[in-house]
Design a protein around this ligand. Structure first.
Ligand code: FES
Ligand SMILES: [Fe+2]
Length: 366
């Protein structure tokens, strides 16, 4: 194992983490989490939960996304059950109105001699970027924390597809699934690669990079080569590097030059994780296409958007069925240790633990 940056010194040793420690581990709030896709957030309230915090998202009249604690300070009901009127979020119960800054802005039955209550709902730093809504739930300065982003989302040479993962398991199960390329066994014909072998592992205080060598049929250089994706007998295997990275708290991967997948995480609580799986196919090798007018290329990109969604849905269905069983087995017997041969998994668990420790140490020092 090589180390590209010094590891943080944790208070608790990481060499012998118990299943209970990992499978109930909290998150480090001082990162950008993805809580929704851009299309999910409209001018009506959209509720999300990020590590047990109920948050409501909505767009104002200018299309700007706002994020407010999902709790009416009057009677503690969910604000997301109300409506957006103008630029205000209006509670369903008695119609109190809240502005995007989290302050009470109007009450329909306020008497002339009464003042608006001086309440302040929690609001969160938020950015809309690359098709998703990124929220920063921590206390640190969000400007100092990098947001991973998806450079291919707007790039004209990439065709994107995405799906959501509603995973009935702790986020550690999902990231371990994504970092362990030996689980290609599960996906059989849905998978673009086979016979992965871990070659190298790099770790730092914020990421784990695992480099595998795999066999792949995925090379999109001629129109007919796309048919390999759907017709297994046409597939011709060749060796390709398969790199997967846990860029805390998200995941990025690439297979050769033409294939990239990201997974953007929104851990909900100890037993639920929401995530977005985004796949990009590169059109880099179709050099004639790049000489065409930009409007045409954008038209091709938009036309082919979500072409791989069916494949992603099938992969997710298979993975989720396994993770559900892992979580159920943990619930039944939290002491039970599994057997593990892939050293990338120990590195992932260490990073999960150290990031959560960093969060609790920061909380203690405040
Ligand atoms: S509970 Fe929200 S206005 Fe009364
Ligand atoms: Fe999988």
């Amino acid at each position: 194992m090589t180390s590209s940056a010094p590891l943080a010194t944790p208070k608790t040793p990481t060499h012998n983490l118990t299943p209970r420690a990992i499978r109930t581990c909290g998150i480090n709030f001082n990162h950008w989490y993805v809580v929704a896709s851009s299309t999910e957030v409209t001018d009506q309230p959209y509720p999300v939960t990020l590590w047990k915090q109920a948050i409501v998202l909505f767009r104002d009249q200018a299309g700007q996304v706002h994020t407010i604690e999902d709790r009416c300070p009057h009677r503690q009901v969910l604000l997301s059950e109300g409506k957006v009127v103008g630029n205000h979020l209006v509670c369903a119960y008695h119609g109190w109105e809240f502005a995007a800054d989290g302050r009470c802005a109007a009450i329909p039955y306020l008497a002339e001699n009464q003042k608006l209550p001086n309440c302040q709902l929690q609001i969160y730093p938020v950015r809309e970027q690359d098709g998703f809504i990124w929220l920063f739930p921590g206390e640190a300065d969000p400007e100092t924390v990098p947001l991973m982003g998806l450079p291919e989302w707007e790039h004209l040479n990439y065709i994107g597809s995405f799906t959501t993962i509603d995973c009935p398991g702790h986020y550690s199960f999902l990231i371990e699934n994504l970092m362990d390329m030996y689980h290609g066994h599960l996906h059989d014909n849905y998978q673009a690669w086979a016979s992965a072998q871990l070659q190298a592992l790099e770790t730092s205080a914020t990421r784990v990079d695992a480099h595998y060598e795999a066999q792949s049929y995925y090379r999109i250089d001629k129109i007919w080569s796309v048919s390999q994706l759907f017709i297994p007998v046409l597939r011709q295997l060749h060796p390709e590097p398969l790199d997967v990275s846990y860029v805390y708290p998200h995941w990025a991967s690439r297979l050769g030059d033409d294939f990239k997948i990201y997974c953007l995480f929104c851990p909900v609580d100890e037993t639920r994780t929401r995530a977005y799986l985004i796949h990009f196919t590169s059109l880099q090798r179709f050099w004639r296409l790049h000489k065409l007018p930009i409007a045409f290329r954008r038209g091709v990109k938009n036309l082919l958007f979500n072409a791989a969604k069916g494949l992603l849905d099938n992969l997710v269905r298979q993975d989720v069925a396994m993770i559900e069983q892992e979580q159920a087995a943990f619930n039944e017997n939290p002491q039970q240790r599994g057997y593990e041969l892939n050293r990338a998994i120990a590195a992932v668990q260490k990073l999960i633990w150290q990031q959560a420790q960093a969060e609790s140490e920061e909380a203690r020092s405040q």
